[in-house]
Write a protein that binds this ligand. Structure first.
Ligand code: FAQ
Length: 324
């Protein structure tokens, strides 16, 4: 095969690869106009699309409480938060589109199960305390995972992450504030918070992905500086950050093995149920079917809006052409 390749083509290929590798090595950004290996492009599409889908599906668990929030103030806060998540999904779909994939295609892949979204959004929200616990623990885990992604090697993704992280930090604080208010309330309210923490703690640890030795993508993604830390490193950082927050709040995590280890300078924690994680990721979690069905019907109900937008854009284009 090499015999048919012109020497100048080999040189050109080598030059663009060198440029790509040197950009990564110098901690500079790969931009959509730059040449990139096909595997890098596919990895970025996979990660960004999964992330975008998570934000959009992630509107559903808390959205469940918008009509039943206990006061106008709490309703306004929750509405704003869920709306922010929609915004994050939009920035991320736009970042993925710079890699040559269309948002419609990504939505199709989500609905047909060919692209994933975070396992965490497949659990139910039966209690209003879940709104606070999602803000504190789920947004907390998201921040821990996403702050390093602000230095990710793909420019549009890294820039989207800067804004998203600012908003996620705000979400985490509002969740914690809600829980502090409940903890200052009645015994029943305190029990509601603890019961919710018991349900969300282990799933929040799973958000960081499989253990390093079972993570097929980490090594290459670290080499390309898409990821800056491994799944286990970030999970440990999250545990270390969350334990003092739980103590300040007055709740405990449902893990008898959770304890400070003076030798490592970190908290040890118990065994994560990876069978449960695999079940949820493969579509068999408590709410997977409901989440996808809801997304599918919302997408179908929105068809007329997309058609109207396209018809309007066509009209505008025809008008501009006539004027020219
Ligand atoms: N759930 O080889 P790795 C949020 C998949 S946003 C489902 O370790 P990687 C905001 C993984 O994709 C939450 N699937 O993969 C919010 C891969 O799939 P493949 C979303 C998972 O990419 C808050 C396979 O398993 N955040 O919460 C999960 O190197 C509140 C093997 O895994 C992001 O997406 C999982 N938990 O590392 C919204 C952050 N973990 O190759 C609403 C960006 C792994 O079979 C309310 N993403 N998989 O197709 C990342 O940082 C990485 O993609 C990881 C996974 C760390 C998630």
């Amino acid at each position: 095969m090499n015999e048919t390749v012109q020497p100048e083509t080999v040189d050109a290929d080598r030059a663009v690869l060198d440029h790509f590798e040197s950009t990564i090595a110098h901690d500079q950004r790969i931009e959509p106009r730059d040449w990139m290996p096909e595997k890098y492009r596919k990895t970025m599409i996979r990660q960004i699309a999964q992330h975008a889908h998570s934000e959009i599906i992630g509107m559903q668990p808390e959205g469940n409480w918008i009509t039943r929030a206990p006061s106008l103030r709490r309703k306004a806060i929750l509405l704003a938060k869920v709306q922010d998540e929609a915004g994050h999904g939009m920035y991320l779909y736009s970042a993925a589109e710079t890699l040559g994939i269309d948002r419609g295609e990504m939505t199709e892949m989500l609905i047909s199960g060919r692209q994933k979204y975070s396992s965490i959004f497949n659990y139910p929200t039966p209690s209003y305390a879940d709104v606070g616990v999602i803000g504190w623990l789920v947004d907390g885990a998201a921040i821990c995972n996403q702050v390093p992604l602000c230095r990710s090697s793909f420019g549009p993704y890294a820039r989207a992450m800067v804004r998203i992280c600012k908003e996620e930090s705000f979400h985490q604080r509002q969740g914690y504030e809600l829980l502090m208010t409940m903890m200052r309330g009645t015994d029943t309210q305190r029990e509601m918070v603890q019961e919710s923490v018991n349900r969300w703690w282990w799933p929040s640890l799973m958000m960081f992905g499989p253990p390093d030795e079972q993570s097929p993508n980490t090594e290459q993604s670290m080499a390309w500086k898409i990821k800056r830390h491994t799944n286990d490193e970030l999970r440990q950082r999250y545990v270390d950050m969350s334990v003092p927050q739980a103590e300040a709040l007055g709740v405990t995590f449902p893990d008898p093995e959770l304890r400070w280890n003076a030798a490592t300078g970190h908290y040890d924690y118990g065994q994560i149920d990876w069978d449960d994680f695999n079940r949820v990721v493969s579509g068999d979690g408590p709410c997977n079917a409901e989440r996808i069905e809801h997304r599918r019907s919302a997408h179908e109900d929105g068809a007329w809006v997309r058609e109207a937008a396209i018809a309007y854009a066509d009209k505008q284009a025809a008008r501009t052409k006539t004027a020219a």
